[in-house]
Design a protein around this ligand. Structure first.
Ligand code: CO8
Length: 260
């Protein structure tokens, strides 16, 4: 696969997408979003990928937002189309069957913060900065930021960040639950890989079903969510992984999951 603005690798079950436009702060122009979509579509259909890590190239920027220079002269129709396309690609990340860890290695602003929030959870380097600075540009977040930030940190905190254009550092992001862990830059990818490998030791089908149950539940009322959970809990018993997982427990050995 050929890419213009991302680096893409699959090694030992871990797919890594590295957003790579270093001279432009890894900002998301249309070509970059198309690259991300191509990688995500590939991952969605891949049996080899068990966990995904998304990060940025370098040690200063994760993604400093959508490319302001590219969209500055858009008319409302072009801007609406760009928002719909970008938000759709970011939702594809959220809907990947595999778990997605975001390793936020620096500024995650605007569309960068929005990509991180579509991932299942976020680890940050200690120099990371999060923000949705769109109102300072006379626009609003357009890749799902108003919705996902409010769901992740609550409406009050989301409104303060978005309405006052208040960037937050990694310590504050940890405090409000936007990230799960803050580590020095050099330890960021190792920390993400360590957790990816821990996930890969679990029953692969169960991991994907658990992700889906959590995501589905966040879109509906709790009774419907619990009903969905009960249904897919039952389905787990149709897998070889369930037989192996429980047999291994009783035989006091490690499970040898096949993802079936
Ligand atoms: N777009 C385009 N270029 C950018 C962007 C960006 N978002 N951010 C940085 N760059 C470029 C700079 O212009 C500069 O390029 P050049 O050297 O050619 O001038 C280069 O990257 C390095 O940036 P700086 O020199 O500014 O680096 P600093 O360390 O001084 O500052 C900051 C780093 C604080 C990250 C600063 O660059 C900044 O504030 N960037 C803009 C952040 C921002 O406002 N992001 C939000 C963008 S809007 C958005 O994401 C909306 C998403 C939804 C769109 C939906 C459309 C409908």
């Amino acid at each position: 696969m050929e890419f213009e603005n991302i680096l893409f690798t699959v090694e030992e079950g871990i797919a890594t997408i590295t957003i790579n436009r270093p001279k432009q702060a890894n900002a998301l122009n249309a070509a970059t979003v198309r690259d991300i979509e191509k990688a995500v579509d590939y991952i969605a259909g891949s049996k080899d990928v068990q966990v995904v890590i998304i990060t940025g190239a370098g040690d200063k920027f994760f993604v400093a937002g959508a490319d302001i220079k590219e969209m500055a002269d858009y008319n409302p129709k072009q801007a609406g189309d760009w928002g719909t396309y970008g938000a759709g690609v970011i939702t594809k990340i959220e809907r990947l069957p595999q778990p997605v860890i975001c390793a936020v290695n620096g500024y995650a602003l605007g569309g960068g913060c929005e990509i991180s929030m579509a991932c299942d959870f976020r680890y940050a380097s200690d120099n990371a900065v999060f923000g949705q600075p769109e109102v300072g540009l006379g626009i609003i977040p357009g890749f799902g930021g108003t919705q996902r930030l409010a769901r992740l940190v609550g409406p009050g905190m989301a409104k303060e960040i978005i309405l006052s254009n208040q960037n937050i550092d990694s310590a504050e992001a940890l405090r409000i639950g936007l990230v799960n862990k803050v580590v020095p830059q050099a330890e960021l990818m190792p920390a993400a890989i360590k957790t990816a490998k821990k996930i890969m030791k679990q029953g692969p089908v169960a991991v994907q079903i658990a992700k889906k149950a959590i995501n589905n539940g966040l879109q509906c009322d709790i009774i419907t969510g619990i009903q969905f959970e009960s249904n897919v809990f039952g389905l787990c018993f149709a897998t070889k992984d369930q037989k192996e997982g429980m047999k291994a427990f009783m035989e006091k050995r490690k499970a040898d999951f096949k993802g079936e």
